[in-house]
Ligand binder design. Structure first.
Ligand SMILES: CCCCCCC[C@@H](O)CC(=O)SCCNC(=O)CCNC(=O)[C@H](O)C(C)(C)COP(=O)(O)OP(=O)(O)OC[C@H]1O[C@@H](n2cnc3c(N)ncnc32)[C@H](O)[C@@H]1OP(=O)(O)O
Length: 285
């Protein structure tokens, strides 16, 4: 059986020692489109080692994605990569991520939901270093065609948008080669690079990594509403509601909804505002 929920949930957490330095952080930020214009002091915070800060979404790639792909091969989970889409993601940072770090990361399957036509696997990753906890991530992995095994349907997690105009709107173009650059941070899924594999998965051409959109949007919110200061971010969650293609432009609408929260909706600007990110919330100080 491709998904054995009981075996997946009972499996011991996987443990990995991970390390990163300024180059990993700079490459990750460049993969999100940072550094344009190259001499803009606001962009240098993401690109120049002497001023570098780390976007909290870096937690999703630290250790070059070991947790994500380790989870796909966890006990009880044997699925076809062409059936896998990233369904949702949350990150909570317990303190700012250092530019250079070494940590122990554990990951385990925290839930397996049966959505009828699909299964949703929740993969939880926690990291700590000598000073204590660093981050807790949940990745929701949507596996088409693997539902119907008689499991719980799980929560819907929907978040209604405020009934008013957004406080701010930003647009962010995606470079044609952005997925090729982003994948160097550790997500080597051919879905984002190989047209033949993308076809197998049902797409006309390679699609952008969900986590690339995720990082681009966090950067846009930080730069637009949080003075470009990543240390103000505590948590960030989203649902990947529709695919994005390299070369498109993201339209990012933001609402301040009180108590240090920004709600966000993201659409593809050139495709009739087709939904891209839904149920998206940034928590900040
Ligand atoms: C770090 C870990 C990495 C993990 C490995 C990932 C590797 C990466 O390289 C892969 C990627 O980056 S893929 C790119 C990013 N993801 C996407 O582009 C997906 C975009 N979303 C879609 O296409 C559809 O929403 C789609 C297809 C997801 C769902 O659309 P529909 O089939 O129309 O679903 P719908 O009928 O609306 O809902 C059925 C039930 O499923 C739940 N659901 C829907 N979208 C979900 C989503 N995105 N995540 C989780 N659950 C989701 C619905 O809530 C519904 O259940 P319920 O009725 O209980 O509410």
């Amino acid at each position: 059986m491709p998904i054995d929920a009981r075996a997946a949930l009972a499996a011991a957490p996987r443990r990995a020692e991970i390390a990163w330095n300024h180059k990993d952080v700079q490459l990750y930020h460049l993969g999100l489109g940072a550094g344009v214009p190259a001499t803009d002091p606001d962009e240098l915070r993401y690109t120049l080692e002497s001023r570098l800060q780390v976007l909290p979404s870096f937690a999703t790639v630290a250790g070059a994605g070991t947790a994500a792909f380790g989870g796909m091969g966890a006990d009880g989970i044997d699925v076809d990569l062409a059936a896998v889409l990233h369904g949702g993601q949350s990150v909570r940072v317990h303190r700012p991520i250092p530019v250079t770090g070494r940590a122990v990361q554990t990951s385990k399957v925290a839930a397996v939901y049966d959505k009828g036509k699909a299964a949703v696997i929740v993969l939880r990753t926690e990291a700590h270093d000598d000073e204590g906890p660093l981050w807790t991530n949940d990745a929701q992995i949507f596996v088409r065609g693997e539902g119907g095994f008689g499991g719980e349907r799980g929560p819907s997690g929907r978040l209604a948008l405020p009934d008013r105009a957004p406080d701010r709107t930003a647009e962010r173009p995606i470079r044609e080669d952005q997925a090729l650059l982003y994948r160097l941070s550790g997500d080597w899924n051919p879905l984002h690079a190989d047209p033949a594999f993308a076809k197998l998965a049902g797409f006309d051409r390679p699609i952008l990594h969900g986590l690339c959109t995720y990082g681009m949007v966090l950067k846009a919110v930080t730069d637009t509403l949080l003075d470009g200061d990543v240390s103000r971010i505590a948590a960030y969650r989203t649902r990947f509601a529709g695919v994005v293609f390299p070369g498109e432009t993201l339209r990012i609408r933001m609402w301040r909804v009180g108590d240090g929260r920004v709600q966000v909706a993201v659409t593809a600007a050139g495709r009739d505002d087709a939904p891209v990110l839904a149920d998206t919330l940034v928590e900040h100080s």
